[in-house]
Design a protein around this ligand. Structure first.
Ligand SMILES: CN[C@@H]1CN(c2cccc(OC)c2)S(=O)(=O)c2sc(S(N)(=O)=O)cc21
Ligand SMILES: [Zn+2]
Length: 260
């Protein structure tokens, strides 16, 4: 079976048994309290150079749906903001709820969004491989975007239209020519803090950059994510993929900074 999941027996409340860092000092996600974030005028804008990005495939990894990118060179990078150098785009994935009232990992003043998109980047300037970067304190940078339900998102259908091909854990489909820039809100004002992966192995290697403005997607579009299952095609028990989010973790004295 799975080493970890989001159920009663294998979910976030028991991850610490196999991954003791779950109780560490820089765990993610967190609840962001806007008025307690310190505005830092030295924080410049986030710069995304995704125009040459090369998406390869879309997959169901048994925890989420993931779009993987070619990351053998600096063709698609994030830089600026709190980052000291460019970080390479490796993959993006989503977290969502069983209903639209919850599903995001980060919360804002205690409020959840329906879903959260994570664009995962790694520091290829300092580290030779993703795996090495994933264990280093400045190894990863994850850009988080909240999804709120409302009108149809004009580009999300490119993803939701192919989700039926990755219904089961372990399924993979070619997915070329997708530029995730179409999933970003117009303003990239953000909060940033030092945290971790929000799934095992929960490495404390992530500089989080959480964009303040959500993107709007329809309930119908979000509903398509819930047609995925955590389980493999061969398993007799089909478990709907939903509520694949970790709840907020203790801040432990960390500072959250805010761009303008
Ligand atoms: C299943 N969880 C993802 C797997 N990853 C992974 C894959 C291979 C090795 C590894 O560690 C060595 C980690 S990952 O780094 O791409 C990330 S980032 C992330 S989140 N929610 O914090 O943005 C979840 C996952
Ligand atoms: Zn994530």
């Amino acid at each position: 079976g799975n080493p970890w999941g989001y159920g009663k027996q294998d979910g976030p409340s028991v991850w610490h048994k196999n991954y003791p860092v779950a109780e560490g000092d820089r765990q993610s996600p967190i609840d962001i309290v806007p008025h307690q974030a310190s505005h830092d005028p030295s924080l410049g804008p986030i710069v995304l150079n995704y125009d040459k990005c090369t998406s390869i495939k879309i997959a169901n990894n048994g925890h989420s749906v993931v779009v993987e990118f070619e990351d053998s060179d600096d063709r698609s990078v994030i830089q600026g903001g709190p980052l000291g150098n460019p970080y390479r785009l490796k993959q993006f994935h989503f977290h969502w709820g069983g209903k639209d009232c919850h599903g995001s990992e980060h919360t804002v003043a205690g409020n959840s969004y329906a879903s959260e998109l994570h664009l995962v980047h790694w520091n290829a300037v300092k580290y030779k491989t993703f795996e090495e970067a994933a264990t280093a304190p400045d190894g990863l940078a994850v850009l988080g975007i909240f999804l709120e339900t409302g009108d149809n998102h004009r580009w999300l259908h490119t993803i939701t239209d192919v989700l039926y091909t990755v219904k089961f854990k372990g399924s993979v489909t070619d997915f070329k020519g997708f530029n995730p820039k179409c999933l970003l809100p117009s303003s990239l004002h953000y909060w940033t803090y030092l945290g971790s992966l929000t799934t095992p192995p929960l490495y404390e290697s992530v500089t989080w950059i959480i964009v303040k403005d959500p993107i709007i997607v329809s309930e119908k579009q979000l509903g398509k994510f819930r047609t995925l299952v955590f389980t493999g095609e061969e398993e007799d028990q089909r478990t709907r993929m939903e509520n694949n989010f970790r709840p907020p973790q203790p801040l432990k004295g960390r500072k959250v900074r805010s761009s303008n």
